[in-house]
Design a protein around this ligand. Structure first.
Ligand SMILES: NC(=O)c1ccc[n+]([C@@H]2O[C@H](COP(=O)([O-])OP(=O)(O)OC[C@H]3O[C@@H](n4cnc5c(N)ncnc54)[C@H](O)[C@@H]3O)[C@@H](O)[C@H]2O)c1
Length: 339
């Protein structure tokens, strides 16, 4: 068993570069030996700022997969590039970490599942980092213990201050709500069976034509109703909240610890504006756990099935947004490698 594994990072935008730095500066057991990007010139441009070996840039995912010093591949390219990169890594027998969404289409997710079935084992972990957040883990412990009874109703709020220039309307579901979809499946240990999406008055802070905020209602197999609210241009902060009403009590995501400030305007706790800061510890624990899987040669983090199920909720939500009606979900049978 290797003690230090070599990692290739494919896609070196904001997220990919943050992962390169966390692997090399904060985590143990791995070094980034290669980077690449669907736009290879961008990888060449990014490399000098990342303190990497001279031969680090791979011109393509194929070249990265062929390198003997690359044991695991982290895919942080833009959504539409995930499928090809993940399939190439799986075909090469490399462990792969793929940022969410797994792919922007349910069919694409199925192709990745088929590739893993063909390989006969799980090779892919998807980037649902909230599962590694201490606050969500504490909530799950309370729910799983049964201490406050069975869950009835949940509220998930996801408020962003703003989005990048390339942000499009449908991404409020695939980029933002998708985290709430996954964390709901994980918190309750159940699949979602139907979804409805409702619009509200849009904020004047959002670009013309964008629907923002958007709300969704999901129901789990046992009937828990989950109310999801997503805001993309909320301006004031990156504010993530979650609470669950159970038979005998309520459990909520703890607020992030921040110093208490007293000044002329009163007493307050500040809230950050950057998702990388809010979930910094969760990202570190998530990627450390993936590195440990690469070293061990066995994968047990959030799976391609989780990516598929979340994408199926995204697609049903997009349908529901168009029709205004409840949309049932029809998941494929779960392959044995994910049981
Ligand atoms: N798990 C999470 O919380 C989380 C958070 C953010 C993003 N993501 C996912 O990570 C993936 C990458 O997101 P990102 O935020 O890094 O996107 P990004 O826009 O910063 O980078 C994506 C791609 O855009 C190109 N690009 C970026 N900056 C460029 C520049 N200055 N010049 C030329 N090309 C440039 C590159 O090809 C790069 O791979 C996406 O799939 C996204 O959904 C996940």
């Amino acid at each position: 068993m290797k003690r230090t594994v070599g990692i290739g990072v494919f896609g070196v935008g904001k997220m990919g570069q943050a992962h390169v730095r966390r692997i090399n500066d904060s985590l143990r057991g791995a070094r980034v030996v290669a980077i690449g990007d669907p736009a290879p010139e961008f990888a060449h441009k990014a490399a000098p700022g990342l303190d990497l070996p001279d031969d680090a840039v791979a011109e393509s995912i194929t070249e990265m997969c062929a390198r003997p010093d690359v044991d695991g591949i982290l895919v942080a390219a833009w959504d539409g590039e995930h499928e090809a990169a993940a399939l190439a890594a799986i075909a090469a027998g490399k462990m792969v970490f793929c940022e969410k969404p797994l792919t922007p289409s349910v069919e694409g997710c199925r192709r990745i599942i088929e590739a893993e079935e063909k390989a006969g084992r799980r090779l892919l972990q998807i980037g649902f980092m909230r599962r590694y957040d201490t606050g969500y883990q504490q909530m799950k412990q309370v729910l799983d213990s049964g201490r406050i009874g069975d869950p009835l109703l949940a509220y998930c709020m996801h408020r962003n201050p703003s989005q990048g220039e390339r942000f499009e309307s449908h991404q409020i579901i695939t980029q933002v709500m998708v985290h709430e979809f996954d964390i709901s499946r994980w918190l309750f240990g159940e699949e979602i069976t139907r979804v409805r999406v409702d619009r509200s008055r849009s904020t004047s802070k959002a670009p013309e034509g964008l629907i923002d905020p958007l709300t969704a209602v999901l129901w789990t197999e046992s009937g828990v109703r989950i109310n999801v609210e997503a805001v993309c241009f909320g301006r004031y902060a990156y504010d993530i909240r979650c609470s669950v009403l159970c038979e005998d009590g309520d459990v909520a995501l703890p607020d992030q610890l921040a110093p208490t400030i007293r000044d002329a305007s009163g007493v307050r706790h500040e809230i950050g504006t950057d998702w990388l800061d809010r979930f910094k510890d969760a990202y570190n624990i998530e990627i450390q756990s993936w590195i440990d899987s690469v070293i061990a040669g066995e994968q047990d983090g959030p799976s391609a099935w989780d990516g598929y199920a979340a994408q199926a909720i995204c697609e049903a939500s997009a349908e529901a947004m168009g029709s205004g009606a409840e949309q049932p979900l029809d998941l494929m049978a779960k392959p044995a490698i994910y049981s």
